[in-house]
Design a protein around this ligand. Structure first.
Ligand code: ADP
Ligand code: C5P
Length: 242
């Protein structure tokens, strides 16, 4: 556990504005790195708090008939595959304590087929391969976590998951991986690792990292509560590599 940098500074935005809003945690990393597993572990440990999980998958653009017919040529790992404006609209509502309807994405039909109602919460976890890509989305986050899992482990998990859960053929999974998934990881996902406050090797296997993160979130939530009472309190910012 290496403490890279720590400083005490006064918040630039009014503390009253910042601390009346939910605490937003971003969780990025390659596909099948264990992002959802880590988020579920965090949510489970924060069972006494109001926590909501928002998946970037919910904001996949629906495919047109033409794109659907040639789905093997569609790049689901490119930033343009997502409706980031809608994601920003949803996050803005949640940050301001409003309930919102979030699309449910269906990986088999390649479109959103329903909505789920999400109520305002004290903690919002936003998870997805490219949640650190757009600076406007990054700016919403109070804490950024990158799940760092070896490429061979990610591919093995993807093959297991996509054959069983998405009824995909192994040949198609491998073609998609070499054509789109791996290049997009190198070009768009890995370069966003530098924005992380915390990097977790081995994803959900890393119980020590998840425990430390939960402790840190609880400390920050405590500061949130304190700053609601004493808006002029100074804030301690720190950056960790676990
Ligand atoms: P992501 O959200 O990054 O795509 P998930 O957490 O959904 O990753 O994990 C991808 C797949 O790998 C899932 O099928 C999940 O059950 C499996 N998986 C995740 N973490 C582990 C682990 N530590 N050991 C074994 N399988 C895992
Ligand atoms: O849950 P995870 O982060 O793994 O989801 C992202 C992955 O889902 C991307 O690598 C993308 O290729 C894949 N995907 C897919 N089919 C879709 C939408 C996304 O294979 N219809």
């Amino acid at each position: 556990f290496e403490k890279r940098e720590a400083s005490i500074e006064q918040p630039t935005t009014s503390a009253t504005d910042v601390y009346n809003q939910p605490f937003v945690i971003g969780v990025a990393g390659g596909a099948a790195s264990g992002k959802k597993t880590v988020c579920d572990m965090i949510v489970q440990q924060l069972h006494d708090q109001r926590v909501v999980l928002v998946n970037q998958d919910s904001f996949y653009n629906n495919l047109t008939e033409e794109e659907r017919a040639r789905v093997q040529d569609y790049n689901f790992d490119h930033p343009d595959a997502f409706d980031t404006e809608e994601l920003l609209r949803v996050m803005d509502k949640l940050k301001h304590g409003e309930a919102v309807d979030i699309p449910k994405y269906d990986f088999k039909s390649y479109k959103s087929d329903a909505l789920r109602r999400v109520n305002p919460s004290d903690v919002i976890i936003l998870e997805g391969i490219l949640v650190f890509h757009d600076p406007r989305v990054r700016e919403l986050m109070n804490m950024k976590i990158f799940v760092d899992t070896d490429a061979d482990v990610r591919l093995a998990r993807r093959i297991r998951r996509d054959t069983s859960e998405k009824d995909r053929d192994i040949g198609a999974i491998l073609d998609q991986y070499s054509k789109f998934v791996k290049p997009a990881f190198d070009d768009f996902i890995l370069p966003t690792k530098k924005y992380a406050d915390i990097i977790i090797p081995r994803g959900g296997d890393n119980h020590v990292a998840v425990d430390l993160i939960v402790q840190h979130i609880r400390t920050k939530l405590g500061q949130h509560d304190l700053c609601k009472i004493y808006p002029n309190l100074y804030v301690i910012h720190s950056t960790f590599q676990i």
